[in-house]
Design a protein around this ligand. Structure first.
Ligand code: FES
Length: 326
């Protein structure tokens, strides 16, 4: 059950290998006019996983151009199937996508900006770097990767930012020290972050530790990254005999809705909190993968964002709404 979601037909124009395991997709929506979209925008793409319709959300790469919309997808063996589907597509494939939308608010009036990207998290950050560089803003980008050979868009970024691009490559023993970085930043700086959940947790702690206001750290993460491996778990519904299996390639939200236990949603990225449902009991462990709840709320395990968060074992939830058939 979603409030507003307008799907538009589109065509995959071309693909391009950016780095081992990272492929760029150029997508042309019908009646596309190259209208600018906000920094940090993403689109949803209708995918088919094990014969079932699903949606996946991908950040748009860079600022708008008249050629179409760019996304980059890392082929992840531990994924829930979206990247496998995307990688199976050939140029000319028909797609259904949503209009670009952004939940990442950027204040363009700051004196200083710090961009931080972890791996494929560079995709929304690239557009922010372009926009800030174009404005002549004081911006530095810290790009954490396993190796330079696995870093997408490195040449583009180096040409755009010069020595304001700092690459932290694990294989060069130049790991990103977030505590030291944030402690060195002036007050009033705005930081934009995109990376995996563990890195985001570290960034939030380091940001607060350095005395910066938390709202000045704006972030996105990937719905597929968590602290536990992605595996099958079970969900019991309170006061009913219903117990559902959530396979590794599907979300709790999709399984609940497909079985008639309506849960409202919007972003499907763990950002808006609309899909949050009450947790009644945990027999195992919850892997909160959203960026909506605070650390304290996550520790209390009273609610879970059904679109991205997962679990090990069995959890009992109360969706408050009952299945049509019940
Ligand atoms: S739908 Fe937005 S957090 Fe789940």
């Amino acid at each position: 059950m979603r409030f507003i979601e307008t799907w538009i037909p589109a065509t995959l124009l071309s693909t391009r290998e950016l780095a081992p395991g990272i492929r760029e997709f150029l997508i042309l929506p019908e009646r596309f006019d190259g209208t600018a979209y906000p920094v940090g925008s993403h689109i949803n793409v209708a995918v088919t996983i094990d014969g079932l319709p699903e949606t996946r959300s991908y950040s748009l790469v860079g600022e708008a151009t008249s050629r179409g919309l760019r996304i980059a997808v890392r082929r992840a063996e531990d994924s829930r199937g979206g990247s496998r589907y995307m990688w199976s597509l050939q140029p000319g494939a028909r797609l259904d996508i949503t209009q670009p939308a952004s939940l990442l608010a950027v204040d363009w009036t700051r004196q200083n900006y710090c961009l931080i990207a972890g791996g494929i998290g560079i995709t929304p950050i690239l557009g922010a770097a372009q926009a800030l560089a174009r404005r002549g803003a004081a911006v530095t980008l810290h790009y954490a990767v396993r190796s330079r050979g696995e870093a997408a868009y490195l040449d583009d970024l180096a040409a755009m930012l010069g020595d304001r691009l700092i690459v932290h490559a694990s294989d060069e023993s130049s790991r990103l020290d977030l505590d030291a970085l944030f402690a060195s930043l002036p007050q009033g700086v705005l930081a934009l972050f995109c990376g995996p959940m563990r890195m985001l947790d570290a960034a939030r702690h380091a940001w607060i530790g350095a005395g910066h206001p938390l709202p000045d750290l704006r972030y996105e993460t990937f719905g597929s990254s968590g602290t536990l491996p992605t595996e099958t778990f079970r969900v019991r519904l309170k006061d009913s005999d219903v117990e559902l299996e959530i396979p590794r390639e599907r979300s709790m939200l999709d399984v609940l809705n497909a079985s008639g236990h309506d849960v409202m949603y919007d972003c499907k990225r763990g950002e808006c909190g609309l899909c949050a449902i009450d947790v009644v009991a945990v027999d195992g462990e919850i892997d909160h993968r959203d960026v909506f709840f605070s650390d304290h709320q996550k520790e209390s395990n009273q609610k879970i964002c059904a679109c991205v968060s997962r679990a090990r074992g069995t959890i009992t939830v109360d969706t408050l709404l009952r299945a049509d058939a019940v």
